[in-house]
Design a protein around this ligand. Structure first.
Ligand SMILES: Cc1cc2nc3c(=O)[nH]c(=O)nc-3n(C[C@H](O)[C@H](O)[C@H](O)COP(=O)(O)OP(=O)(O)OC[C@H]3O[C@@H](n4cnc5c(N)ncnc54)[C@H](O)[C@@H]3O)c2cc1C
Length: 421
């Protein structure tokens, strides 16, 4: 059984190691000079490789029905077993699984060592530009350091990932290759990405990192996430912003602008905050506005809110008209921004879109093309931030690698039928 894998990323390597352990002759075709380079950037260099909370609700897809069965067949236990077998010690921190040494490079190293142990051929600097299936044999045309070549395989796994994290010069062609097999696809859009906002006040708050609840209003629905938000000169970033970004990305295809609201006191009910403000007016009414708000939220945020409400920092609280003070208090709980776009693909951690899940079986085999498998981010499934996307890559890679190695080549099965008495 000769298996070709286009893409030496997380899912491609997981597929290769699994298929080779079942006796298949595996070749990885990787366009970059090294396999798994994206893994090095994951989890801020620490690689958040899975999560205790893995479940279908943590993923988005146009056809989500397959996700639950994939996760059932490849749960957290299987990910931990997979890495334990490779020699990686794994630790849990805040629900996320990381290599015990906290180095993403260790995850890549154990995968690379396993590729070498399994005798897996790795062709780097080898860009697959065209693939087709002729009478049960897959032909892959490549270009790269060794010139133009054609590889032939009994099984082919497309593990090309998405456009996330890539510069514009590296436009990804995984969707194009999938299109050559007539698979239905959804164009990629950035997900787990920063949001760009119209308001110039963002610049004045740039550098602030604070706990906040972010509410995105998109297509009549409010999406809420809480956590550390980072204010930047172009807009907002941080994990809660990443979590809602795929909804923004989708809605921005229909609408030019979206409303987002920041609650800078996320643990406090609006009523309690109003009561507290009244109390503070009683006790600190003689202070300047700047001093009055000191100790509530970050001082750069206070400065922006005072300016927006027409209050000068030196103004004495008792002399400020009530409606202005109320407006300032409201803005701390409900700070409006206008989202005009997301950062580009190069800044995104994953992409929404990909090959429709309805195009593949539970073994990730293309329904319309026997022997062709699709894995990882090239599929239309994107997870939340926190190890869910790598889990998906390992799960789909292992399941596809197993299925591809276990089934006999179509040509061989055909011949056997022909010779049978
Ligand atoms: C900065 C950053 C941080 C991240 N952090 C995390 C995290 O902590 N936890 C988490 O779960 N997820 C994280 N992710 C997401 C995660 O890395 C991906 O979801 C995962 O790597 C997808 O695996 P994949 O195998 O589908 O694709 P990839 O890992 O992207 O691999 C695809 C491979 O295919 C190659 N390729 C593409 N087209 C061709 C072609 N035509 N010919 C030959 N080779 C080709 C590419 O060069 C690449 O090596 C992060 C992503 C980024 C960008």
């Amino acid at each position: 059984m000769k298996i070709g894998i286009i893409g030496g990323g997380a899912s491609g390597m997981a597929a290769a190691i699994t298929a080779s352990s079942l006796g298949a002759a595996v070749t990885i075709l990787e366009k970059k000079e090294r396999v798994g380079s994206k893994i090095l950037a994951t989890g801020n260099g620490k690689c958040n490789l899975s999560n205790q909370q893995i479940g279908p609700d943590c993923y988005h897809s146009e056809d989500p029905s397959l996700i639950a069965s994939i996760l059932e067949r490849f749960s957290v236990r299987e990910v931990l077993d997979f890495f334990q077998a490779l020699g990686l010690m794994v630790r849990v921190r805040n629900g996320g699984f990381y290599p015990a040494c906290e180095q993403a490079s260790a995850v890549l190293d154990v995968l690379r060592f396993a590729l070498a142990r399994g005798g897996i051929a790795v062709e780097t600097g080898c860009l697959a530009v065209h693939a087709a299936c002729q009478q049960g044999t897959f032909l892959v045309h490549t270009e790269g350091m060794a010139g133009k070549r054609v590889f032939s395989f009994d099984r082919l796994i497309l593990a090309c990932g998405s456009s996330a994290g890539l510069g514009t010069k590296e436009a990804d062609n995984g969707l194009k290759l999938a299109g050559e097999f007539s698979l239905k696809r959804i164009p990629f859009s950035p997900a787990l990405v920063q949001l760009c906002c119209r308001e110039t006040c963002c610049r004045a708050m740039a550098g602030v990192r604070c706990q906040a609840e972010v509410t995105l209003r998109a297509a009549g629905t409010d999406y809420r996430e809480q956590g550390e938000v980072q204010m930047t000169d172009y807009g907002i970033s941080g994990i809660p912003v990443f979590q809602i970004s795929r909804h923004a990305s989708a809605a921005l295809k229909q609408q030019r602008e979206l409303a987002v609201f920041l609650d800078f006191l996320p643990g406090m009910e609006t009523g309690s905050w109003q009561e507290l403000l009244k109390d503070r007016v009683r006790t600190l009414g003689q202070e300047s506005a700047e001093r009055f708000f000191t100790g509530t939220v970050h001082k750069k945020i206070i400065a922006v809110i005072l300016k927006e409400c027409g209050i000068s920092p030196g103004e004495i609280i008792r002399h400020i008209p009530q409606e202005k003070l109320t407006a300032a208090g409201e803005k701390i709980k409900h700070f409006p921004l206008t989202v005009t776009g997301t950062n580009p693909f190069s800044k995104a951690q994953v992409c929404a879109g990909g090959v429709r899940l309805s195009e593949v079986t539970g073994n990730l085999e293309a329904k319309g093309c026997k022997g062709l498998y699709i894995t990882g981010e090239l599929l239309d499934a994107d997870g939340r931030c926190g190890g869910y996307n790598l889990h998906w890559a390992w799960a789909t890679g292992v399941l596809a690698g197993r299925a591809a190695a276990e089934e006999r080549p179509a040509r061989q099965a055909g011949r056997e039928r022909f010779h049978r008495p």
